[in-house]
Design a protein around this ligand. Structure first.
Ligand code: AMP
Length: 186
């Protein structure tokens, strides 16, 4: 089993690239955000908790997210998988490495999409008009960007410290060109 991670700020195109990559490499793809939105629509206990946190632009507790990812990895041991929207904190990144070690897996293959904060804001405001996501209001978007830079971006520094290579990809450009660059780098 190989574990791929697609990383990057909100609006960097993670979801789009993850879908293409999972098709191109026959990976089982989990988007933690999509999974949480499904829980919200099913009105489960997790969904009720997630809705409140997501609508504020904040992150769910690391323990809850790590349980979800661990169970996903456990159920897909025979396949190669792609994690999208995880890890989002250093504690989640550390938890992932521990789970992978426990399951006897090698190191994760990390891809990060790079895009500056002005472009992020522009894209998310545009997406807010097209999709009807409750967390795409300007106030929540700004909060999500702040959370990304304060809690999520430090994950890249963490991977550097533990000597896990990260493939850096420019997230601005043609969707297919970006995908070719990802395939070329991994
Ligand atoms: P996304 O669709 O990836 O932008 O995720 C939407 C929202 O779900 C985020 O703003 C968070 O509130 C929550 N979420 C998704 N992934 C995680 C994660 N790994 N850790 C904590 N919260 C998450």
């Amino acid at each position: 089993m190989s574990v791929f991670v697609i990383f990057g700020p909100p609006g960097s195109g993670k979801g789009t690239q993850a879908e293409l990559l999972s098709k191109n490499l026959s990976l089982i793809h989990i988007s933690v955000g999509d999974l949480l939105r499904t829980e919200i629509s099913k009105k489960t206990e997790l969904g009720t908790m997630a809705e409140e946190v997501i609508n504020k632009g904040e992150l769910l507790p690391d323990g809850v997210i790590l349980e979800i990812v661990k169970s996903f990895l456990e159920h897909n041991k025979m396949r190669d998988v792609l994690l999208d929207g995880f890890p989002r904190t250093v504690a989640q990144a550390n938890g992932l490495l521990k789970i992978m070690d426990e399951f006897g897996l090698g190191l994760p293959n990390i891809i990060t999409l790079e895009i500056d904060s002005e472009e992020i804001l522009k894209r998310l405001l545009l997406r807010a008009k097209i999709e009807d996501r409750a967390d795409d209001t300007e106030k929540v978007i700004k909060k999500r960007i702040e959370v990304y830079f304060s809690q999520t971006e430090p994950v890249l520094e963490y991977f550097k410290t533990v000597r896990i290579p990260v493939s850096r990809i420019n997230g601005v450009g043609d969707i297919n060109d970006i995908q070719y660059e990802i395939l070329d780098k991994i």
